[in-house]
Design a protein around this ligand. Structure first.
Ligand code: PSV
Ligand code: MN
Ligand code: MN
Length: 388
């Protein structure tokens, strides 16, 4: 059993990265519900993200999405973030919101459009140089809607070519994080549909290419913790995009639909001591809050990951290994369930007090007056870029 002091130290050291786009207005293709007080600029998104860190103490990094967060001076944006107690994290490329990408971006049959997409990826690395970001997160909406529409194999060749050109441009401490998604917006065939495809491309590229698991990007019933365990074993798990789903890529709050799945994922992480920031795994959120207030929703999400992590840290590993070795099926399962069924909220309140935080971040944020302040100050909030 891990010592209580080690559990507390691990919880204090945990780091979660929040997405800039969670704070803007978002919705579905049916309706974007505008909320009062949402950010109008990348700076205001960062200011909101800083609130999430101020009340949770474990979310000091903010991912950017380009061009949603385009500014003239990225080094200045990084300083702005630092002044608010956070730093800029992964740069998310966007080659999916341009008329030119109707038939794909880096896999498009037209070399001119492929070049345009690649130029954007390279521009994102320039931005990383200015912000000091380590991670370039790549998700491609590329695919086809109809059998015969394009050559599946040729598209893989084009993808590999663009990835390789981007990889060559990386600095020594920079990485590509390649994200997969099993469908949408392409419906017949997606060019990076699963972890196996992402993993194969990463293997060819080299050690600075790692796979991102977006928890919302799988078919129902997929055993995500298996993918976590496998990629960890191969040293190719680069990051998570955490969120929850019921039906498709719902982007709901992590841990809200299936907290047990989140616990099982965090158990695989904790089991091999990969929670520590030095492990290189970037624990990001990728969520949109269409109907709920955004800053509290981000705070709740961070707390959900923290609770699942605390439970995973409480697994009695010695008892688990003993039961597994003895072939004690029910005993082994019971050890995991005991940890999952533990109420970790009192422990987490104590950990927060140790960190000089309010033990109840949701209530503390509500009392802070920040929500009222931004509603009064901001008029004409910006759309997240999603669900237009
Ligand atoms: C695609 O569905 C995705 O998960 C990618 O990470 C995008 O960058 C993100 O959503 C945009 O919200
Ligand atoms: Mn994602
Ligand atoms: Mn997604």
């Amino acid at each position: 059993m891990t010592e209580q002091s080690e559990v507390r130290a691990a919880l204090r050291a945990q780091r979660i990265e929040v997405p800039s786009w969670a704070y803007g207005n978002s919705g579905t293709r049916f309706k974007v519900f505008a909320q009062p007080g949402v950010p109008r600029t990348p700076e205001e998104k960062i200011a909101d993200a800083a609130q999430v860190h101020a009340f949770t103490g474990i979310a000091p990094i903010v991912s950017l999405h380009i061009p949603w967060d385009r500014v003239d001076d990225y080094a200045k944006l990084a300083s702005y973030a630092a002044e608010r107690g956070v730093r800029l994290g992964a740069i998310n490329a966007n080659v999916f919101q341009d008329d030119d990408y109707r038939l794909g971006s880096v896999t498009n049959p037209d070399p001119r459009i492929r070049r345009k997409a690649l130029d954007h990826l390279l521009e994102c690395v320039d931005i990383m140089d200015a912000t000091g970001s380590r991670d370039l997160k790549l998700w491609f909406s590329d695919g086809t809607n109809y059998p015969g529409q394009d050559d599946i194999r040729a598209r893989q060749d084009r993808l590999a070519e663009a990835l390789s050109a981007t990889y060559q441009r990386l600095g020594p401490d920079q990485r590509i994080l390649l994200e997969y998604k099993f469908f949408e917006p392409a419906f017949y065939m997606t060019d990076v549909p699963d972890w196996g495809t992402a993993y194969a491309h990463c293997l060819k590229l080299g050690e600075k290419a790692q796979v991102v698991i977006d928890t919302g990007h799988h078919a129902p019933g997929t055993n995500i913790e298996f993918i976590v365990a496998f990629l960890l074993r191969e040293g190719r798990l680069g990051a998570f995009d955490f969120n929850s789903r019921f039906y498709a890529d719902d982007d709901l709050m992590v841990g809200s639909a299936d907290p047990f799945q989140l616990f099982r994922i965090m158990h695989e992480i904790v089991r091999v001591d990969a929670l520590r920031p030095e492990s290189g795994i970037n624990f990001m959120l990728d969520q949109c809050h269409n109907i709920e207030p955004k800053i509290p929703a981000q705070i709740r999400s961070v707390l959900n990951v923290q609770e699942a992590t605390a439970k995973a840290l409480l697994v009695d590993t010695e008892a688990l290994t003993a039961a597994q070795s003895a072939g004690d099926v029910l005993g082994a399962n019971g050890v995991l369930m005991d940890a999952f069924n533990t109420d970790v909220r009192p422990l987490l309140r104590e950990v927060r007090a140790e960190m000089g935080l309010d033990p109840d971040p949701m209530a503390a944020y509500a009392r802070s007056g920040y929500a009222e302040k931004i509603v009064a100050e901001r008029v004409g909030g910006q759309q997240a870029g999603w669900g237009a």
